[in-house]
Design a protein around this ligand. Structure first.
Ligand SMILES: C[S@@+](CC[C@H](N)C(=O)[O-])C[C@H]1O[C@@H](n2cnc3c(N)ncnc32)[C@H](O)[C@@H]1O
Length: 363
């Protein structure tokens, strides 16, 4: 291979005469390290190591028995010494747990996000957040075809029931904290429309913090079962009379016009493509009373599409898993919200990584 033959024996010290090629006398040329490529290769192992740790109860075990050396951990997880060594050392290597001398312990990260009963637990999310895992092995084919072989739309309830169970703790925190920014607890008799509600974290947060609020909760019939269970378990006063369930497709289900104080589009736009997303913003506008507010909560790409890799990679996840989904830039989504007629548009971020636009229908 020509490139290999021409590379210097000690590339990190290479000083090349480049006049013949580039017209400049010479340059110090230090090739980039290969570490970023290795990081990607090992990223595959990192993900599966974390999945295995969740499945084997590694974090819950450490929480239960506290800081300890390898032997009690091997015994409690039922693993051989070799397996336990590489499981727990591996978790230290990828920064998920801590180790001091021979003692392993949960750090703040694992205690907050990786144990199964933590308030901010992401334990169930790790397996479902990337979408159907088998789609990733066919990503090149998906890019060629433009759609995955098994888009989640083929079996929406099968995909969304575990997803919304897993995202509920995070979205409940975001929805609860959003009150500090938008004060939904201070609107008397607030009438809420929660479209594609999932486990209904928004309805639970608002009903819990506003005792006079009522809500209409929409989703597919099978997913509404999760919402019903979550709402019943949340200890909300008089929830039976304050919640109406509205099963059906959010693009077509009948919505009362001009009657809601708040409409939630909570992480439902990025599966819908440009036209579908605009259609849902239009539907929210029509359903709101004058002065009512829409919340568009989602993961967005920044306008240059490179400063927020999370938003871009969430877009890749959508391409890998859905027929037409992708993340939108802040510019795109704000243009659509304004074009619909909304005003007083602002962006809030009640918890990290969860940004949402808030806008009002003119009085
Ligand atoms: C990512 S979850 C978001 C759940 C919740 N709104 C939240 O913010 O956590 C997307 C939800 O939209 C629902 N959904 C997707 N397409 C839908 C459609 N066409 N009609 C009704 N619900 C739909 C899914 O079932 C799922 O519960």
């Amino acid at each position: 291979m020509a490139i290999v033959e021409r590379d210097a024996p000690y590339p990190e010290l290479k000083k090349s005469h480049t006049a013949a090629h580039k017209g400049t006398p010479w340059s110090d040329f230090k090739p980039p390290a290969s570490a970023p490529v290795w990081n990607i290769i090992q990223g595959f192992g990192n993900y599966w190591l974390l999945m295995a740790a969740i499945e084997l109860g590694a974090f819950d075990t450490l929480q239960k028995i506290g800081p300890c050396p390898l032997e009690p951990l091997a015994e409690a997880t039922g693993l051989s010494r070799r397996s336990a060594l590489f499981l727990f050392d591996g978790l230290v290597a990828i920064g998920m747990i801590e180790q001091y001398r021979d003692v392993y312990k949960l750090g703040d990260l694992a205690s907050r996000y990786l144990t199964s009963d933590a308030v901010a637990s992401m334990a169930d999310l790790i397996g479902v957040a990337p979408g159907p895992l088998e789609n990733w092995e066919e990503l090149a084919e998906t890019f060629r075809r433009g759609t995955p072989r098994q888009p989640i739309e083929n079996d929406p309830e099968g995909f969304y029931v575990p997803l919304v169970e897993a995202t509920y703790p995070t979205m409940l925190r975001a929805a609860t904290r959003a009150d500090l920014k938008i004060g939904y607890s201070r609107t008397p008799n607030l009438r809420l429309l929660d479209l594609g509600a999932g486990g209904a974290p928004w309805s639970v947060a608002i009903l819990s913090q506003n005792p006079t609020a009522t809500t209409v909760v929409n989703d597919y019939e099978g997913v509404l079962e999760v919402a019903k269970r979550r709402i019943a378990a949340a200890g909300i006063a008089n929830h039976e009379s304050r919640v109406e369930y509205l099963p059906g497709d959010f693009h077509t289900v009948e919505l009362e016009p001009n009657s809601f104080d708040m409409v939630i589009l909570g992480h439902i736009l990025r599966t819908e493509g440009d036209e579908g997303a605009q259609h849902m913003i239009d539907r929210a506008f029509a359903a709101l009373r004058p002065g009512g507010r829409v919340i568009v909560s989602d993961y967005f790409r920044d306008n240059t599409r490179k400063f927020n890799p999370f938003g871009v990679l969430m877009g890749v996840t959508m391409v890998a898993a859905t027929r037409q989904g992708h993340t939108f830039t802040n510019e795109e989504v704000t243009a659509w919200i304004r074009a619909t007629g909304f005003e007083a548009l602002r962006l809030i971020e009640p918890i990290g990584f969860n940004s949402m636009y808030v806008a009002s229908k003119p009085e």
